[in-house]
Design a protein around this ligand. Structure first.
Ligand code: C2E
Ligand code: CA
Ligand code: CA
Ligand code: CA
Length: 298
């Protein structure tokens, strides 16, 4: 038994060792990924549940690794956050997403598909901006003082109105960033940039702080949405989040909508928008363009 135990320990240590090595390799590769242009963005539509139209897209980063193939963000974002490479990576994501949105706006404007008053989101009666781009901002990035200047630069370069850009920040990151978070959010708001709380319901928001922050949208975490049809408790959580958001004058995006039953329930609860495999998986820019062009009615 003793030798067996020793053997197991050796195997375990070897695995740990190779795990640490793999992590180190991932870090190194990640730093080079940007330079080598291995990162790309996928886009998932966000659907206006009233009209069934695409209200915007969320940009989701992907990594085309030369040996590992297609790597999903769940595998490398946490590493990038830990090593700080999330800052240059996030900067690239913001710029690329805005460039794509500008391209879409231009293309659809040239086709006469964008009413002029909606292009800049300044229409009569405060009509919503034409098509928004949601970009995830990590906590580390959010704490970076250069963020606002960088965004100003991108908006200037692309000519996009701030109101077309939506930044998604997790509940945890906002609550962790304390005082500086509030001032940063207000600076962004001055530029009419929209702000969403991502993965809502999974963290511990202080409701009094939430109320004082200039947040436009709550995104209800997929874990609640995916269980709402089979579990009364999850349905109650979704209902409570929607009511809370509406009472605080925010709108709601339900994440991870996969079934028609969930869609019907969300509509009954007056949820404004939905995102999920029922409508579309995240797709590359070309497919997203085709998707928008076909404008499915849900
Ligand atoms: P998230 O912001 O909550 O993004 C939604 C995730 O849920 C995406 O995973 C999307 O593919 C997935 N999803 C959407 N609809 C459904 C559905 O109906 N069913 C299921 N099962 N999944 C659905 P993805 O693209 O793998 O991204 C995972 C997470 O990685 C994101 O979660 C976000 O936290 C992070 N992430 C992605 N791109 C970026 C980025 O550019 N910057 C930062 N900081 N984080 C990013
Ligand atoms: Ca998100
Ligand atoms: Ca989310
Ligand atoms: Ca999530």
């Amino acid at each position: 038994a003793k030798t067996m135990g020793g053997g197991r320990t050796a195997v375990f240590e070897r695995q740990m060792h190779s795990g640490a090595l793999a992590m180190l390799q991932l870090e190194t590769d990640l730093r080079l990924a940007l330079k080598r242009q291995e990162l790309l963005l996928y886009y998932q539509p966000i659907i206006d549940l009233k009209t069934g139209q695409i209200a915007g897209f969320e940009a989701l980063v992907r990594w085309q690794h030369p040996r590992r193939g297609f790597v999903l963000p769940g595998e490398f974002i946490p590493v990038a956050e830990g090593t700080g490479s999330i800052v240059p990576m996030g900067a690239w994501v913001l710029e690329e997403a805005c460039r794509q949105l500008q391209q879409w706006h231009e293309r659809w404007k040239s086709l006469g598909l964008i009413p002029p008053n909606r292009e800049r989101g300044e229409g009569v009666g405060g009509s919503a901006p034409f098509l928004t781009m949601s970009v995830n901002v990590a906590g580390v990035q959010f704490g970076n003082p250069g963020l606002v200047d960088y965004i100003d630069q991108i908006l200037q370069q692309t000519g996009l109105s701030g109101s077309c850009l939506k930044l998604e920040i997790t509940e945890t990151a906002i609550m962790a960033a304390a005082e500086s978070a509030a001032s940063l959010l207000h600076q962004l708001k001055k530029r009419q940039i929209q702000l969403s709380i991502d993965d809502f319901g999974t963290g511990y928001s202080s409701l009094s702080r939430l109320q004082r922050l200039p947040i436009d949208t709550l995104k209800i975490d997929r874990s609640f949405v995916s269980r709402m049809s089979s579990e009364a408790e999850s349905l109650e959580i979704v209902r409570t989040c929607i009511d809370l958001a509406h009472n605080l004058d925010m709108d709601v995006v339900a994440e991870g909508v996969e079934t028609l039953e969930q869609l019907a329930q969300l509509r009954a609860l007056q949820c404004e928008s939905g995102q999920g495999y029922l409508f579309s998986r995240p797709v590359d820019a070309t497919t997203a363009t085709a998707l928008w062009m076909s404008m499915p009615q849900w």
